[in-house]
Design a protein. Structure first.
Lengths: 159, 151
């Protein structure tokens, strides 16, 4: 592993078009938090590694468990009034979606969906390069264009 | 296709093959997958089986059927990767993890799969939106639901 020491506001370049800049440092020792700003082409995926690792682990676990759907699950789906109830849809039948063709992602989500995080604009269409800042553990991993500084904390995930 | 096919294969058609140029996270070597109907599940559940190894497969759930408020923001570059220009050109499914006790089933709403039925390309996308969990329970209060038949 290449190890570099950087001060505040200093950057490193990866290739010609990826820049990672130290924006903010606070705390010391295990509590230290570093805020990084990243400028990269939109085609470059940027994701926190722990999220990536979690997705890999979830996929592997799901693949092992996917051998066959339990008959009870299919029964639960086909009985509209029966248990279990699908989330946020009391009395409804998820099987209703069978009636039509599969809806696309922009439909079926309803207009009552919670607001998007402000720095994650719908259908963002800005061109290269993008800027984003990454912070641990709460900063935005950044797909939308945004300034490198002053990004707000994300809302807590709804589990 | 292998002969040791242990997946539901009804409704299997050649034109349901999707190419995943980037693979699926954790399975980078599997580039082609079949979308297989699950008898009785309609479009709510599907199965996705690797064309290279039928022992690698996933259960897919149509998330909008179970999570009406699910509203993922698909980055433009991910749409472009499957040859789509807008979200209404792709189908979206989540990978479900269905254990023996189905009441504990979860869906990965953070990293859904995109399918472009026109280009036959697919892609798994990790969303920036951390409101969506990697293991979101499919059924609310699953612990309180009595099993119809004791396992």
């Amino acid at each position: 592993m290449l190890v570099l020491t950087r001060r505040l506001e200093e950057s490193i370049l990866i290739g010609n078009d990826i820049e990672i800049k130290v924006l903010h440092v606070r705390g010391t020792g295990p509590q230290a938090v570093v805020r990084l700003g990243i400028v990269a082409p939109r085609s470059v995926a940027i994701v926190r590694k722990e999220i990536y690792d979690e997705v890999v682990a979830a996929n592997r676990q799901a693949a092992h468990a996917a051998a066959a759907l339990p008959a009870e699950l299919l029964r639960a789906l086909s009985s509209s009034g029966g248990q279990p109830q699908p989330e946020d849809q009391p009395g409804g039948s998820p099987g209703a979606a069978q009636a039509g063709s599969v809806r696309n992602p922009s439909e079926g989500s309803g207009s009552n969906a919670p607001d998007r995080p402000e720095n994650n604009p719908k259908g963002s269409s800005s061109s290269n390069p993008r800027g984003s800042s990454a912070d641990t553990p709460q900063g935005d991993s950044g797909h939308g264009p945004q300034s490198g500084t002053g990004s707000t904390e994300q809302p807590q995930p709804q589990r | 296709m292998g002969t040791n096919w242990n997946w539901a294969t009804e409704g299997l058609e050649v034109d349901k093959v999707f190419e995943f140029p980037a693979g699926i996270y954790g399975f980078p070597d599997h580039k082609r997958f079949l979308v297989v109907d699950v008898p009785g599940a309609g479009d709510v559940f599907k199965q996705l089986v690797s064309a290279d190894d039928p022992n690698v497969g996933f259960t897919l759930v149509f998330p909008f059927a179970l999570f009406p408020q699910y509203n993922p923001d698909i980055p433009e570059e991910d749409l472009a990767a499957v040859g789509a220009e807008s979200p209404d050109q792709v189908l979206l499914y989540a990978i479900a993890n269905v254990p023996q006790d189905f009441r504990a089933a979860t869906a990965n709403l953070r990293a859904p799969l995109l399918f472009n039925p026109f280009t036959r390309k697919g892609r798994q996308v990790i969303l920036a939106d951390d409101r969506y969990g990697i293991r979101t329970p499919l059924f609310k209060g699953a612990g309180q639901i009595p099993a119809e038949e004791a396992p």
